[in-house]
Structures are given as structure tokens and as C-alpha cells.
Design a protein around this ligand. Structure first.
Ligand code: SAM
Length: 282
């Protein structure tokens, strides 16, 4: 199927429809279909899947998903200026593309999807972390999605894959890696986007583990990680004493040195701490 040749280049679509990038919606477009094909190829099999694409914009990634044989693409776009160009793509792939004009943060996306589901996005960076947290903080696990393939600012991508004792290790690293395999697929130069952003980007892929690598009560783990990294330079005995009057005892019971800083703790240690706190809340 060589459908991409029947549609205009993305740069021509942008000028024909007079599409203007909006900063308020973090619009930085990809023009190079070789790059979007590379992203789609990294997703593995897609021809048996519903693919949720967040923020299709003028549609480069959407076109690659369809070219490379996605069973169905469900594209959620907040900005109505893209509806006409997206409808053009839809006509070239009858029955394959469903366009939903909505804010992804305010709809129940699962009602539009049939399993198995994979999710892909060149994320709007101003709400990118929030969108990710909605997917990885699901109560039910494994979640409804089989993989997430998401473009982030490079600095956020570094935090997502970071290990303990690194500057970029923190709350995001732990929440991401607790129940998923997370890998950086490739880096993307700022010059690949229009307009060119100030920072480089990277594609990061998440595959959910069947169950968490270390068991922990989710809410307690999320709370303790947040409290610990709120003051990342302070020792744990200091940053956690406001919320737990007997924190020294609890840390010692978890075999954690109370003078540690949060970036020194592995996910396993945070889980152990969360489990003791769940059993002995104060
Ligand atoms: N996928 C296109 C590409 O790669 O060229 C556009 C990517 S651009 C970085 C982010 C896209 O997300 C824009 O089309 C923007 O309008 C859309 N967007 C921003 N906030 C959104 C939201 N809350 N819900 C759905 N789409 C959103």
C-alpha cells in the first residue's frame, strides 16, 4: 500500500490549510515521514491493534500508522484546525481512522477502544507528564494498553529511565519503572520539528509488567515517593518527619539508613518502606 504517495507532503498540507502552530497547545509538528515510520516500526505489531494517537495535528504519525497497517487508529485532537486535514487522511484509508475532537484529559478514552490497544504520541509537552501519569497510575494492572510509545523532551526522557544515585532519578523514574519496562528508543533532534523547539526530544517506550516487580500498596508508595522527593536534598529522616512522627524507627525497620537522601533508594527499598507504613500507619 503506497497511500502516502497519494497524499500531499505534510509541509504542503500545512500551507494549503494555513495551519498555525499554537504555543498554548505545545504544537511542534513532525514533517519527515521517515522519522514517523521509525517511531511506528518501534511499536512492533500493529495490524491486530487499535492504536490510540494523542494529538495527531496535521497527521504525519497518523499517516505512518495507517501506511504500516494499523487495524484502526483512534486519534484524539483538541484543536479543530486539524479536522479538515485529518478528514483527508481518513478518506484515503476508509474505515481505518476515527477522529475525536476533544481534550484527552477530559474524556473516557477506553470507551472508544477495542483491545488489544497500543498508544502512541508526539506529546504536547505542556501536559505530557500528566497524560503519562494517567496511563501509568491506573489502579487495574496490567492496564488496558499493551505499550506506550511517547515522545518527550529529552530531559523528561532521562528522568523516566534514570536509576538511583543519578541527578535525574526521582518520582517520575519510580512511578514509571515500578510496573513497566521503560526504554529510550531513540533521540530526536530539535531540528526535526516545526517550529524548532529549544530542547531535544526522545521517544520512550513503556511495556507493562504482568505484575509489579516489587509488591506495594499503590497509594502509600505514591505518597511516600512524593513526600521524599519534595525535598530531594534533605535526609529522609528530615523530609518524612512531618508526616510520620516515628520515621526513624520505620526507616530502621525497613533497613534504610535514616540519613539517606531519596535519590539513594532503589524502587525495592521504597516498596519495602511503603509496605511497613501500610502495616503500621501513624
Ligand atoms: N502529532 C503531530 C506531529 O507529530 O506533528 C502533532 C504533535 S504536537 C507536539 C501536539 C499535538 O497535541 C497538537 O496537535 C496539539 O493540538 C495536540 N494537543 C495538545 N493538547 C491536547 C489535549 N489536551 N488533548 C488532545 N490533543 C492535544
Amino acid at each position: 500500500m503506497q497511500k502516502k504517495n497519494e497524499l500531499d507532503k505534510i509541509s504542503e498540507v500545512i500551507s494549503r490549510y494555513n495551519l498555525k502552530p499554537k504555543k498554548s497547545l505545545s504544537q511542534n509538528f513532525l514533517l519527515d515521514l521517515n522519522l514517523t515510520e521509525r517511531i511506528v516500526n518501534s511499536m512492533g505489531q500493529i495490524n491486530n491493534h487499535d492504536i490510540l494517537e494523542i494529538g495527531p495535528g496535521p497527521g504525519a504519525l497518523t499517516r505512518s500508522l495507517l501506511d504500516l497497517g494499523a487495524r484502526k487508529v483512534i486519534a484524539i485532537e483538541k484543536d479543530s484546525q486539524f479536522l479538515d486535514p485529518l478528514n483527508e487522511i481518513s478518506k484515503a484509508y476508509p474505515g481505518k481512522l476515527k477522529i475525536i475532537n476533544a481534550d484527552v484529559l477530559s474524556i473516557d478514552i477506553e470507551t472508544f477502544l477495542n483491545p488489544p490497544v497500543k498508544i502512541v504520541s508526539n506529546l504536547p509537552y505542556n501536559v505530557g507528564t500528566q497524560i503519562l501519569l494517567n496511563f501509568i497510575s491506573k489502579k487495574e494492572w496490567p492496564p488496558f494498553w499493551e505499550s506506550l510509545t511517547l515522545m518527550f523532551q529529552k530531559e523528561v526522557a532521562d528522568r523516566l529511565i534514570s536509576e538511583p544515585k543519578n541527578k535525574s532519578y526521582g518520582r517520575l523514574s519510580i512511578l514509571a519503572q515500578w510496573r513497566s519496562n521503560v526504554k529510550m528508543v531513540f533521540k530526536v533532534n530539535a531540528s526535526s520539528f516545526l517550529p524548532v523547539p529549544k530542547v531535544h526530544s526522545a521517544v520512550v517506550q513503556f511495556t507493562p509488567s504482568f505484575k509489579p516487580q516489587f509488591f506495594a500498596h499503590q497509594e502509600t508508595l505514591e505518597r511516600i515517593v512524593k513526600d521524599s522527593f519534595n525535598q530531594r536534598r534533605k535526609m529522609l529522616r528530615q523530609s518524612l518527619k512531618k508526616t510520620h512522627f516515628n520515621i526513624e524507627k520505620i526507616l530502621t525497620k525497613a533497613e534504610i539508613d535514616p540519613s539517606c537522601r531519596p535519590e539513594e533508594l532503589s524502587i525495592k527499598q521504597f516498596c519495602k518502606l511503603a509496605n511497613i507504613l501500610t502495616a503500621e500507619p501513624n
